[in-house]
Design a protein around this ligand. Structure first.
Ligand code: DSN
Length: 434
């Protein structure tokens, strides 16, 4: 390496690339100053952040520990084995011989691998309709899952806005799926995994549960586990589980070889070793006793927020929540989800517009917003903060066309956020408007 290249190589980001450095600084401020209420987002610990930014980003490691296609994998094997062992420990169920694959880059790739392990092209799958809270990879026509397989769907009931397991059973009997998929991106009620396995067994299907949204609640004992019911469980690692953005597959030992082959070389090449290392750290954190308290507090905060919004006159889909999130039917008060997202954004509260079941409005201008509590719970907020946030949400939506009011709320939000600091290097109260 020449001296000139050597010196450029060693520059800190702020000097090497001021534009990217500024964007990171602004994003840091945004995360610190606002209220992050997107149900699928969270804040990782300093330790997870450090592992994700480590020199493992430089390493290729196709294969699995002890069976690699590259040299120099001795330390990669250490972190991948730690991640696998900790994932198994975290989701252990007595009597279940669990296998873990920690290499999927994302939840979508975890799902693709799960399907590849047990399905042939053209097989029938049965998942929760995207318009009723399901996920793209559960059979949507624009996703690989809807193109490679024959997708069929179950929905929530119109009156209860909850899954009707009797109806799911009738659909399964009629459609003969080879796989039934449970799990959702926008469903606030407890899943009956045992009932789903009975239905799957009745029609000769395998049960795959995508627990991405609730994995942290499962790990912390705040939601029943799908392990022991589903033959394959997939998840992302960055939502309630509070790890880096990535994926994980858990399965029975008898499917271990098929799942491993489906992840690599079936779906992916080299794993992202820095992210595998960060997953190992996150799983260790989730194994600590205080993670169970965290998971319980996420749900307590969600219930408190839902009740406070209802007290303010807002309709919550299915009448409440059992988990980390809720769907608010803002259109019942004449407001589009897109308008609500914009107004709340101006007030420093980040949520996403979301379709509600049986939505008459289009996806980009739906009737609802999705609101979640995992990230604010990580910051240490509790029920009293949720009550205040419900008041701000109500005021911001009511004043959605009044930028002065929204700016005033944003100031109050920033003040509260400063009492719940995020990262050590961002501890000083932030006053700079971005
Ligand atoms: N995009 C994720 C969510 O927000 O729920 C699901 O993958």
């Amino acid at each position: 390496m020449t001296d000139r290249a050597q010196s450029a190589f060693a520059l800190p980001l702020a000097q090497a690339d001021p534009e990217v450095a500024a964007a990171i600084e602004h994003e840091t401020l945004r995360q610190h100053e606002g209220l992050e209420m997107i149900a699928s987002e969270n804040f990782v610990s300093e330790a997870v952040l450090e592992a994700a930014g480590s020199v493992f980003t430089n390493k290729y490691a196709e294969g699995y520990p002890g069976r690699r296609y590259y040299g120099g994998c001795e330390f990669t094997d250490v972190v991948e084995n730690l991640a696998r062992d900790r994932a198994k420990q975290l989701f252990a169920v007595p009597g279940v011989a669990l296998h873990a694959n920690v290499q999927p880059h994302s939840g979508s790739q975890a799902n693709a691998a799960a399907y590849m392990a047990v399905l042939e092209h053209g097989d029938t799958i049965l998942g929760l309709d995207l318009a009723h809270g399901g996920h793209l990879t559960h059979g949507h026509k624009l996703s690989f899952s809807g193109k490679q397989f024959r997708p069929t769907f179950y929905t929530v009931r119109k009156d209860t806005e909850r899954i009707d397991y009797d109806e799911l059973e009738s659909i399964a009997v009629r459609e003969h799926p080879k796989v039934i998929i449970g799990g959702a991106s926008a469903y606030s009620r407890i899943w009956e995994f045992g009932r789903m396995r009975q239905i799957a067994d009745k029609v000769g299907a395998k049960l795959i549960i995508d627990m991405a949204h609730i994995a942290g609640l499962v790990a912390g004992g705040a939601h029943p586990t799908p392990v022991g019911h589903a033959q394959i469980v997939t998840t992302t690692t960055h939502k309630t589980l509070r790890g880096p953005r990535s994926g994980l597959v858990l399965c029975d030992q008898e499917l271990a070889a098929a799942v491993d082959r489906a992840v690599f070389p079936g779906q992916q090449g080299g794993p992202l070793v820095h992210i595998v290392a960060a997953k190992a750290v996150a799983f260790k954190e989730a194994l600590q006793p205080d993670f169970a308290a965290y998971a319980r507090q996420i749900v307590a905060n969600s219930k408190a927020l839902s009740a406070a919004l209802q007290a303010g006159g807002w309709r919550i889909i299915s009448g409440g929540t059992d988990n980390h999130m809720m769907l608010v039917d803002v259109f019942s008060q004449g407001i589009l989800g897109s308008e609500a997202e914009l107004a709340l954004g101006k007030a420093g509260i980040t949520v996403n517009k979301n379709a509600i079941p049986y939505d008459a409005n289009p996806p980009l201008k739906p009737s609802g917003i999705r609101v979640g509590t995992p990230a604010l719970t990580t910051r240490g907020m509790k029920e009293s903060e949720m009550h205040q946030i419900a008041l701000w949400i109500g005021k911001a939506l009511e004043s959605r066309n009044d930028d002065a009011v929204l700016a005033r709320i944003r100031g109050e939000v920033g003040e509260m956020a400063n009492h719940f600091p995020l990262y050590a290097w961002r501890r000083e109260p932030v006053t700079t408007a971005v």
